[in-house]
Design a protein around this ligand. Structure first.
Ligand code: KMH
Ligand code: ZN
Length: 279
């Protein structure tokens, strides 16, 4: 079994300091949270940025500032900017961090309800548009799938030549309005992707640790972080992203799964070395 790649989603666009005071907004706070996750074993930082008051932004300048500061503290870490941004942002607004030529970024592969009137929209045309912008810059996309239909969408777009191997999926499960993250959901999705694909799980809220355990057991990879889950256990707020990563490392130990360094993660995923040199 490959070593375990741990991604930490340190910030997100929706969670707030009112919900957990450790949610980072400022550059210093982003560095603090990225470094604590990296020190505990995260090899990928899934990155959103905020204005200092917490407002989500996809500003290229803000991403540059954050990425440079994080790289100073965690020199070899893989930074994976979000191209999802926040609900309601336009395509080109969301794509701004790709102009910095990161080695990796997210590519959201379908629409999903986000509660109330909110819909996170990713039409087929959007996905094709994003994929063109991402591949033309030699960025490695992580394919965010909020349910089985998004996997089917990926496979259709791969057949049509829009999405290229190696395919690396992220099963984001448990969004209220998306697919649940129960064991049967996990197996259904895992068995639906090509054998040569890799996958990571991101369980939202109470699904975070049970899904992580399943992925660790079955050869997948794991994303944790305050973007997805604010608690270390029922009713107890996490003290930060480092504590969430630490918990995953402890589970991995139970299953004898070693943790991948950033360079090992690049090899496992098939991220070409030249990406690493670009940023
Ligand atoms: N904030 C969500 C609307 C991603 O990062 O690519 C989208 C999101 C997905 O978080
Ligand atoms: Zn995100």
């Amino acid at each position: 079994m490959d070593k375990l790649i741990i991604t930490c989603a340190i910030c997100g666009a929706e969670v707030t300091k009112e919900q957990n005071p450790m949610v980072p907004y400022t550059i210093d706070e982003l560095v603090r949270e990225a470094k604590s996750a990296y020190d505990q074993g995260a090899s990928i930082i899934h990155l959103h940025v905020r204005d200092d008051d917490g407002t989500p932004t996809q500003s290229k300048d803000r991403f540059l500032e954050a990425i440079e500061a994080i790289k100073k503290a965690c020199p070899d870490v893989i930074i994976q900017p979000s191209t999802g941004g926040a609900v309601g942002m336009s395509r080109d607004e969301r794509l701004q961090p790709t102009e910095l030529y990161p080695e990796m970024c997210t590519l959201d592969c379908g629409s999903v309800n986000f509660g109330g009137d909110e819909v996170f929209i990713n039409t087929e045309a959007d996905i094709i548009y994003f994929s063109e912008k991402i591949y033309e810059k030699n960025i490695f996309p992580e394919l965010e799938c909020f349910g089985k239909s998004h996997i089917d969408q990926v496979l259709r777009l791969h057949q049509k030549g829009h999405l290229k191997k190696p395919l690396h999926f992220s099963f984001v499960l448990g969004v209220p309005g998306g697919q649940t993250g129960m064991e049967r959901d996990f197996h259904f999705l895992r068995e639906s992707i090509p054998e040569d694909a890799t996958f990571s799980v991101a369980g939202i809220g109470r699904y975070e640790f049970p899904l992580a355990k399943l992925a660790i057991k079955h050869g997948g990879h794991v994303r944790v972080g305050l973007e997805d889950n604010l608690y270390i256990s029922k009713g107890i707020l996490a003290q930060g992203n480092g504590e969430l990563v630490q918990q995953i490392v402890a589970i991995a130990k139970e299953y004898n799964r070693d943790i991948a360094s950033p360079n090992e993660a690049r090899q496992i995923l098939g991220i070409k070395e030249k990406h690493h040199d670009t940023m």
